[in-house]
Design a protein around this ligand. Structure first.
Ligand code: UDP
Length: 374
């Protein structure tokens, strides 16, 4: 059913790879009602441009001068530019997703002009104040008029902070439908694996990009050393994030990559295909913690803290970037095919694939008075 909202009435502000992935289906459902604004936080083609094409997103309005600058500069530049856009053409609602600087800029811009703000993936908390993302998500949740919590835990976090239950809706996480829709079919997956010389359940897929692992050369070296040790038994595929590549080169750590299968960052479908058949994933990504629960694969999370405790235990565990990583990886791999079949039978704690549709309905309700007055 086409969206009942007027054309360009919902500003969707985004700026990074995970936002493109998790907002694609909502943007598709909104159709002409969506006005997509890309802040340019992720500005290279590997992390942004190709995702617009692959996910079938409309060409966004791009802000300039945001990507590559420090956090305060990114937020300030995007905020000023968004304010000018909203002054010239006021949307009925602003939608942001997650915890990025782009999302915080969108939230502040909506707030500055008293435009209703919707936060998708509200209520995640790591309680780790060392992470800028934690500050971003707390701030966005304080400002939002409609908070779309993905899980009951997320809702409970918001209630514990005194946020009115009237502002919170339990929707599930939009990543579930992203995986369901973008995972290539079995034949295509088989061909992709063959192209990479991989066999199902016969390799490890790893991603590393968070500052806590990349900015400290000792941590980055420890992660790569552990991955190289695992690679002595099983191929380890590492699509290398541009930030990580730059740090590896700057710190002279390139020799540690020798035993790994290093790739450029992958498109979303290809990444999901490789994740679907990996014996194990090792990652510090937020989105990957959710995706593995939909794909039914085990994950070792190399981080100090997580805002996604729902994935821990059955699907994943937190480890530090050292021998603990190697121990956890080997323990999971020792569970073998039986362990993988057990995980495949588990339901994802992040929802049932209907979150985007529910959020689109909530948006129609939220903007109904403005809509009627327009
Ligand atoms: N991803 C991808 N290609 C890759 C590595 C990751 O498409 O080579 C996807 C991954 O499936 C997830 C998203 O990128 O949906 C995660 O992005 P990132 O790790 O940058 O952000 P986070 O989720 O940690 O905020």
């Amino acid at each position: 059913m086409p969206s009942p909202l007027p054309p360009r009435s919902v500003a969707v502000v985004l700026g990074t790879r995970p936002e493109l992935v998790k907002l694609a289906e909502l943007i598709r459902i909104l159709g002409p009602a969506a006005r997509v604004i890309h802040t340019g936080q992720h500005y290279d083609d590997e992390l942004s441009g190709r995702f617009l094409t692959e996910l079938g997103l409309p060409e966004p309005e791009f802000l300039t001068g945001v990507g590559g600058s420090p956090r305060a500069g990114q937020i300030a530049t995007a905020l000023g530019a968004l304010d000018a856009l909203f002054a010239a053409d006021r949307p009925h609602a602003v939608v942001v997703q997650g915890d990025t600087n782009a999302a915080l800029s969108g939230a502040l811009a909506a707030n500055a002009r008293s435009i209703p703000l919707v936060h998708i993936e509200a209520g995640l908390r790591s309680h780790d104040r060392r992470m800028p993302e934690e500050h971003n998500r707390v701030l966005i949740d304080r400002l939002a008029d409609l908070l779309c919590a993905a899980t009951p835990d997320n809702r409970a976090n918001l209630l514990a902070e005194g946020i009115s239950p009237a502002r919170i809706e339990l929707t599930g996480n939009t990543v579930v439908e992203a995986v369901q829709q973008q995972l290539p079919g079995a034949d295509e997956r088989r061909a992709l694996l063959e192209r990479h010389g991989l066999t199902p359940d016969g390799y490890v897929l790893a991603t590393v990009h968070r500052p806590e692992n990349t900015d400290d050369p000792a941590a980055l070296g420890a992660v790569l050393t552990e991955l190289a040790a695992v690679a002595a038994d099983l191929p380890v595929v590492l699509p290398l994030h541009p930030r990580t590549r730059a740090r590896v080169e700057a710190e002279g750590l390139a020799p540690l990559l020798a035993g790994l299968t290093v790739l450029a960052p992958l498109g979303y479908g290809e990444f999901l295909a490789l994740a679907r058949h990996a014996a194990l994933l090792v990652s510090d990504s937020g989105g990957v913690q959710e995706e593995t629960t939909v794909l039914g694969r085990p994950l070792v999370v190399v981080r100090r803290s997580t805002e996604r405790p729902e994935a821990m235990g059955t699907f994943a565990e937190l480890v530090s970037p050292g021998p603990e990583l190697g121990r956890a990886a080997r323990a999971r791999l020792a569970e073998g095919r039986l362990g993988l079949r057990r995980l495949e039978a588990q339901r994802s704690p992040f929802g049932d694939g209907t979150a985007s549709r529910r959020i689109a309905e909530l948006l129609a309700d939220l903007t109904a008075p403005a809509h009627a007055a327009a």
